[in-house]
Design a binder for this molecule. Sequence first.
Ligand code: C2E
Ligand code: CA
Ligand code: CA
Length: 480
Amino acid sequence: PYAPIADDISRGTNQLYLVLAGGLLLLYIALFLVSLSVTRRLLRQVTENQYLAEHDVLTGLPNRMVFQRSLDEHLRRHAESGDGAIVAIVDLDRFKVINDTLGHSIGDALLLQMGERLRSSLPTGSTVARLGGDEFGILLTGATDVQGALWRIKEVLEQEVEIEGLPKVAVDCSIGYALQGIDGDTTELLLQRAEIAMYFAKQHHVGIFHYDEQHDRHDPAQLALVGEMRRAIDHDELVVHYQPKVQMGDGQVRAVEALVRWQHPRLGLIQPDDFIALVEETELVHDLTHWVLARALGDLAALGAVAHDLTVAVNVSARNLSRPGFPRRIADAIAASGLAPERLSIEITETALLTSPERALAILEEIASQGVQISIDDFGVGQTSLSYVASMPIAEVKIDRSFVTDMTTDPVHGVIVGSIIDLAHGLRMRVVAEGVESEATAVTLASMGCDLAQGSLYSQPLAYDTLRFWLTQRQSGSQG
Ligand code: C2E
Ligand code: CA
Ligand code: CA
């Protein structure tokens, strides 16, 4: 009889189906759970990434990108309504000194507190963001008394800060601002002008400054340039040219002086006389000097054999000497280049030495003790006597070109040059004459015992590639 067998088979098959269906169901549930948790994790990651892309990690404030976007939006919505935005930039004064002397973790703690204070002191409807470093951006709307509102913010920021394990400190800040409609109608222009106003406030210690072309004592075009300097440094728009210093006796090149220029995207090549003086009035000069220092040392190392016995001279501003961390940063730049410290010299104008002589002396001694040579630039134009600098660690004196260039036709200048050379030699300093343009000047200088000469007679400042070529030519010339 087949019936019981068939029964048995169908029971078995049904059981198998059941087990299979149950197994598949379990598998499905398991897969569903796995995919659910993966999706959740991915979603969380996306939100996190978005947060990180839009916020500053340290303070939790929106970043520059978000700030620009909010400003864009505001300008679009209120183009006609007359509800003008106030764009303000707040920059802490001497923050870098705190960072350099007390360390970065203290600096971070301070920035965190400043961020919190800004957030809590702003009227509703305003936006605050960290634009970078110790710079914050504020977008104020609907304020009737702009100056009053900003002074209140400044006051809150300047109250004493308590950081664990430290005595209370108070940090000053400078604020610059620009008004929608009056100072500009685009995000870019408003931000740039607020930044210029902030630099002005800092330079002139006025606390808060409204961007104003008419009342600038500086050429507005130049002021605008300072506003663009940060970008120039960060985007490598600066270039360094090198001018040889030549030994008078044998015509050998002993050194090159690094001279910065600015390859401006709109205005072309800008000479240092058109921007250095202004930059020197701001904290930006630290970054500028470090940039030039690193580039000059890097270029000298890259020149290799054709420059194996050359030194590179870098110009340093008074403001650089007021910062205690400066010698350390020079040492770091030298270490990064792999060159011996003796291959670097720094040029300081005599007026820079006079700004705060004790402080400058301590810093110069620290720099000289590393083996770096120190040179006094533009000597003769200031009021310094050489005996005043006799106690300083100075290897070289550069006679200002205003005495040198016409010394063969102006007898007074000739006498001045001669006596600077004698005095410097008496103090065992080497002498460089700047601005040597003619053979006659070179001959007279040599007869006076001048050590080195620099000027268009030998070479103008040269771009790196041209310098390499020039040095190679001279080397093969002197060998043949
Ligand atoms: P400086 O240190 O006195 O540099 C020498 C200047 O004289 C250079 O001008 C050079 O091109 C010019 N010069 C050279 N030979 C002759 C000549 O035979 N005749 C005449 N009339 N001039 C000559 P440059 O490159 O325009 O630099 C101007 C000034 O800008 C420099 O004067 C220096 O004070 C400042 N500077 C340049 N680079 C830097 C830098 O990296 N940092 C700082 N802080 N200042 C810099
Ligand atoms: Ca110089
Ligand atoms: Ca000079």
